[in-house]
Design a protein around this ligand. Structure first.
Ligand code: MIC
Ligand code: SF4
Length: 643
């Protein structure tokens, strides 16, 4: 029996464990990336490990999220990250160089390698056949130190692409279709592998759009084969030597199969407030729009920008619409400037933003009250834009650009024939904004520069025999890390200051949560299915830890958040019978009787609901390594004990 592409890369990087779905496997990590919003924590944790120099083949620290610098906090974080990076053997991508995933794809990604990034959209690298995964900062710090990365062995979903896209239908419409089919929880515990004839008609930037937004499926990662199209892309980036052809074996066996005929797809849009609430643009109809934002790690390549410029050329943005465009990298922006496309965008009235995450993470461009915003981004979670009652629709760059001109949601296939948007034979290569690390001999002289906003990372306490407390909050299905620990322009500058961040914990669900949690001296949270989906931010675990949350009891968990809870020493427990979710109420006093033994033995835990007077069985089922971490009260304690 042959292997799928993902299984081949896993097999080549397997440090421990068996490749049996659901069983924990340990992987060797070749490359890491961090961004600044998760990077400060990752590097504080790396420093706490006392490792002189990274042990990976390549590690890059990007600055792309917090770039407003509305105060000293961001600048201090950047300076801190720069000092650690250069001292410890990590390349430093300066602010202005671009969004981590776009730049990494252009300049550093290598087919067949493993990449671990402290950002959930790291699977963008799957567009060139990397096994690229997102993780919490602490897991990335461990990988930088040469440590193994652990995941449950995923099942493999084959998505066979047939036919080719019609003019003006985009890669974004493919991944929106996949989201419609699989939903935001349909990818948990799975790797999505693309194959079939249709793959050959997709360029690397289009493939990367698809693997990027595979994060919204909850998938461990997504991957495309590495073929002649990959070679041409790497060659145009002056990196043909990094190319290796890679594909699944003919007789590979998949756990699930989905077929999509590209020629039947229409422009899609994800409606507020979930990336899987997908309908065709035609079905939604010509709703009036107030804002259009083009950019983000999903859709900011040169390829996307050239289409946008072609649509805007000679037109003017509708009087009622504000259009912003953030090209994904310095390479993209420079090439647009040189070939004149930037001038077309500016002439049409687009507001050009720096090459960074910007509005995608709520760093500016919040829509007006009740406004409708079309965005080429990957997430439209409630409140993420900074305007609580705004309606965010996720669309392709083509749909976004045309709608910006018409003022209403408009299907771009009405444009008729499409010019040929071939990729250049040679991208403009200038890595002058990537600083190389110190030579080992010089590193000792470099001082690590902290700032007053950079506070200590909270650590957990060893697990007690019995854990009890109040159900501080009960939430429903698909709660995102943006609900648990919101981001945005007002909060993001405090990513290195957990005590300050704690005031905003669960702000989208219940603003009284932080006060109540403190008053009660901590307690528990109850959640529905897919709890903690979305980002990799470990702040969604560290901040609840700081507020005294001891356990989260949910119907099911998203992969990265579950790992972050365990790393923080918070118990993630699931209902044995999902229907029991209905039996617990917010405010109930509960006890996890003899929980320590249950965690150790893997037996069911018993939740005693003292208020309701009933017992509810919960599943434990942690790996040996996870048990060690939970008993120690988190991964930092565990690592210190096992040194
Ligand atoms: C996001 O898109 O939500 C982020 C901001 O990039 C996060 C990381 C973070 O919270 O810093 C992610 O996707 O992991
Ligand atoms: Fe940045 Fe948005 Fe991509 Fe997250 S999803 S890395 S905030 S562009």
């Amino acid at each position: 029996m042959g292997y799928t592409l993902a299984q081949k890369i896993i097999k080549n990087h397997l440090v421990c464990g068996e490749m049996v779905p659901g069983k924990e496997i340990g992987l060797r990590i070749d490359q890491t990336l961090t961004q600044d919003a998760t990077g400060t924590m990752a590097y504080l944790q790396f420093e706490a490990m006392g490792i002189e120099r990274v042990k990976t083949e390549l590690s890059v620290a990007y600055i792309d999220h917090n770039t407003l610098q509305n105060g000293f906090e961001n600048a201090d974080d950047h300076r801190f990250i720069q000092s650690v990076a250069l001292k410890r053997g990590i390349r430093f991508s300066r602010p202005g160089n671009g969004i981590c995933h776009q730049v990494h794809l252009e300049r550093f990604g290598v087919p067949g390698k493993t990449l671990l990034g402290s950002d959930s959209h790291t699977p963008t690298g799957g567009g060139i056949g990397m096994l690229a995964m997102g993780a919490g900062g602490l897991d990335v710090a461990v990988a930088m130190g040469g440590g193994t990365y652990y995941i449950p062995m995923p099942t493999i979903v084959k998505i066979e692409l047939k036919g080719r896209l019609r003019p003006w239908v985009a890669a974004k419409d493919i991944i929106l279709e996949v989201l419609r089919i699989m939903t935001v929880k349909g990818g948990v515990g799975k790797i999505v592998e693309y194959c079939g004839e249709g793959v050959k008609s997709l360029s690397v930037p289009e493939r990367a759009t698809i693997t990027n937004m595979g994060a919204e499926l909850g998938a461990t990662t997504s991957i495309f084969p590495s073929d002649e199209i990959t070679r041409a892309f790497l060659k145009a980036q002056g990196r043909e030597d990094d190319f290796t052809p890679l594909s699944a074996d003919e007789d590979a066996v998949y756990d699930e199969e989905i077929t999509i005929d590209l020629s039947t797809l229409k422009p899609n849009a994800a409606m507020p407030h979930m990336p899987d609430k997908v309908k065709t643009v035609e079905e939604i109809g010509p709703i009036k729009i107030d804002q259009v934002c083009i950019g983000s790690c999903t859709n900011s390549s040169l390829y996307d920008m050239m289409k946008v410029a072609a649509i805007l050329r000679g037109k003017t943005v509708a009087p009622t619409v504000s259009l912003s465009i953030a090209p994904g990298s310095k390479q993209v922006l420079t090439m647009l400037a040189e070939n004149g496309a930037l001038a077309d965008m500016i002439a049409a009235g687009a507001r050009i933003l720096e090459s960074a995450c910007g509005p995608c993470i709520g760093m500016g461009q919040s829509p007006n009250s009740g406004g409708v915003s079309l965005r080429t981004f990957n997430r439209n979670f409630e409140g993420r834009s900074g305007t609580a009652d705004a309606g965010i629709y996720l669309v392709s760059p083509e749909t976004a650009a045309l709608s910006a001109v018409t003022g209403v949601l408009t299907d771009p296939t009405t444009l008729g024939d499409m010019p040929d948007f071939a990729l250049p034979e040679r991208f403009l290569i200038n890595d002058n904004m990537v600083l190389l690390p110190d030579a080992p001999a010089d590193a000792a002289k470099r001082e690590i520069l902290y700032g007053p906003n950079i506070k200590a990372v909270p650590t957990g306490k060893p697990l007690e025999d019995t854990v009890s407390g109040e159900v501080l909050l009960k939430v429903g299905d698909n709660i995102t890390t943006d609900h648990i620990m919101p981001a945005g322009a007002k909060i993001l500058p405090y990513r290195s200051n957990v005590p300050y961040l704690s005031q905003f914990c669960f702000g989208v669900c219940d603003k009284t949560f932080p006060e109540r949690a403190k008053k009660a001296g901590g307690g528990m949270v109850v959640g529905g299915a897919n709890y903690g989906q979305g980002s990799s931010r470990e702040h969604a675990a560290l901040v609840p830890l700081y507020l005294g949350v001891k356990a989260v009891i949910a119907v099911s968990f998203a992969r990265m958040h579950k790992a972050n809870l365990i790393n923080s020493g918070i118990l993630p427990l699931t209902f044995k019978d999902p229907a029991d979710y209905d039996l617990i109420a917010q405010g109930d006093e509960i006890e996890l009787k003899d929980i320590k033994n249950a965690v150790i033995s893997g037996a069911d835990a018993i939740l005693v609901d003292k208020t309701a007077g009933r017992e509810i069985p919960l599943k434990t089922g942690f790996s040996e390594r996870e048990i060690g971490i939970l008993l120690a009260g988190g991964k930092l304690n565990y690592t210190a004990q096992n040194r």
